[in-house]
Design a protein around this ligand. Structure first.
Ligand SMILES: [Zn+2]
Length: 245
């Protein structure tokens, strides 16, 4: 369901439209304090393009973290992390960032966003869990558990994808809404890391007044050119920015 707003009507796809008042702003952070993925240049291009072509949001994409404080975040409606490691923020600015999400800004985490801020437990709570391991880098089958959410309703019940599959710790489906999970029969489960073998790959939840969307996909740069992934990401961003229900 599209949220009721006034003004301009924008066509999202052949069957979806959205009404908006103003263009929103997205801050995309690609700082890699740990491992640096080679998908980052195309990711920045794709996210900019999604904002521009939809006409719904501007994107500021940067490796710098100097906008992650209460003053810098005022200009943005949501923050997207494609980050690794301990980002260079003071304790005060870390709390500014978390409080901004709690206060109603959107947060979108892509792939290695869960491989970030291990020493800042509040971040782990906000995003929903931490990267634990990547036991399966191969073509896997995934299950679309939620075919109502805007980020997944265009997807079939099951599909195959080549991915570096992340597993998570400090994560529980009781604290989030799982949108996509791994079909365990498509991997060598003996390499798993969780006693419950519950391997979600995309989820979303509210965090205070804010909305949090996380997708574990994105490792291979080829994926960023695929239509399903771009729509998944676009609608995840719009959901996090409170533009779609
Ligand atoms: Zn990766």
């Amino acid at each position: 369901m599209i949220m009721k707003r006034k003004k301009k009507l924008i066509l999202l796809s052949e069957t979806e439209t959205i009404e908006v008042n103003t263009m929103k702003s997205l801050l995309m952070i690609t700082h890699s304090a740990g491992f640096r993925h080679d998908y980052l240049p195309i990711a920045r291009e794709v996210v900019r393009k999604l904002g521009l072509e939809s006409g719904l949001f501007n994107v500021v994409a940067t490796d710098e973290c100097n906008l992650l404080n209460s003053e810098g975040l005022k200009k943005f409606d949501a923050v997207l992390f494609a980050t690794t490691g301990e980002l260079p923020l003071s304790d005060e600015h870390k709390m500014d960032f978390i409080e901004a999400i709690e206060g109603g800004k959107g947060f979108i985490g892509v792939h290695n966003a869960t491989d970030t801020f291990y020493k800042f437990p509040e971040y782990g709570k906000m995003i929903g869990g931490y990267f634990q391991s990547h036991p399966w880098t191969q073509e896997v089958t995934v299950i679309v558990e939620d075919r109502v959410h805007p980020a997944t309703r265009h997807l079939p019940e099951k599909f195959s994808v080549k991915e570096e599959v992340y597993t998570f710790r400090d994560w529980s489906r009781e604290r989030t809404r799982v949108l996509i999970s791994l079909d365990n029969s498509s991997v060598d489960l003996s390499k798993g890391t969780r006693p419950d073998n519950d391997y979600a790959l995309c989820w979303c939840h509210n965090y205070g007044e804010g909305r949090v969307f996380y997708t574990a996909f994105g490792h291979f740069k080829e994926l960023w050119s695929e239509g399903w992934f771009q729509r998944h990401l676009l609608n995840g961003i719009l959901w996090a920015m409170n533009m779609v229900e």
